[in-house]
Design a protein around this ligand. Structure first.
Ligand code: SAM
Length: 258
């Protein structure tokens, strides 16, 4: 690959509007994916990966940053998989809880999380899909452990192979294959979630309980929420410190920015 260096790529991202530190992290991810072998086959889960990766490589080689972000997002979305695999039983439980299908939360939460994750952080993704978000957090900011809570056993299986492929140690990732309605939000330093359930019926109870549990903590976690449903359930113990319509970030009031 004779094209852009990580630094030049990051500078290009800054010119297209990314914040400087996020640009560097994004450039690191681009190079990570360019340098990895094809992902494990997983029964044809990622059929387009080689083509999309080569297209990204050609764009990086060509030296034009403008298209790199778009090509990289295509590759990321493919890896994320928008078709999760559910058994009939899992599908039934999802429908009962108003579960939300597998859409990708995007790169923004990954790139913005750095100041909030320390080496001793315990993080969680409620409704993790194949766990790509938590895995990328581990790749960029290695920390104690990421707990991936997901109803689809198949996605957890795929996620564990992605973990190995990305070189994340087994002890840094734990899977809870269960309904989020059954899983406590207590005990974490950083929680990420993308609307695993709709805030109606049992889903409403989930967000109410989730808010109660995080607010009862001595050190409540920082929460990154995509398509947020939590705000109405949190008290003024929490404040929003970032919001762009897609991602809402909460921290306990009086927590200093790192
Ligand atoms: C919108 S996707 C988010 C995926 C990933 N966290 C991200 O941000 O890219 C929601 C995920 O929640 C899972 N899900 C839906 N209902 C659930 C439930 N009741 N319990 C656990 N997971 C659930 C879906 O299978 C899906 O993977």
């Amino acid at each position: 690959m004779g094209g852009l260096s990580v630094t030049a790529l990051a500078e290009g991202f800054v010119l297209s509007g990314w914040e400087a530190r996020e640009s560097t992290r994004l450039a690191r991810l681009v190079y990570l994916f360019l340098n990895l072998p094809d992902p494990p086959d997983l029964d044809g889960s990622f059929p387009e990966y080689p083509r999309l990766r080569d297209r990204l490589a050609t764009t990086v080689d060509g030296g034009a940053t403008d298209d790199v972000e778009e090509r990289f997002l295509e590759l990321y979305a493919h890896l994320h998989m928008n078709q999760a695999a559910y058994s009939d039983e899992e599908r039934g439980r999802m429908d009962a809880a108003g579960g939300y299908w597998n859409h990708a939360g995007g790169l923004s939460p990954i790139l913005k999380a750095e100041p909030w994750i320390r080496p001793d952080t315990l993080s969680a993704d409620f409704g993790a899909g194949n766990g790509l978000q938590g895995l990328l957090l581990q790749v960029l900011y290695p920390h104690t452990k990421t707990v991936q809570i997901e109803i689809s056993a198949r996605m957890a299986e795929i996620g564990d192979r992605l973990r190995k492929w990305l070189g994340v140690a087994a002890e840094r990732v734990e899977w809870i294959t269960d309904d989020v309605l059954n899983v406590t939000a207590a005990g974490y330093d950083f929680i990420y979630l993308y609307r695993p359930v709709r805030p109606e019926g049992p889903g409403r109870d989930f967000y109410a309980r989730f808010a109660r549990e995080v607010e009862s903590e001595v050190r409540p976690p920082v929460i990154f929420s995509i398509a947020d449903c939590l705000r109405d359930f949190l008290s003024d113990r929490y404040e929003v410190f970032y919001g762009d319509g897609q991602l809402t970030c909460f921290k306990p009031r009086k927590t200093q920015n790192p």
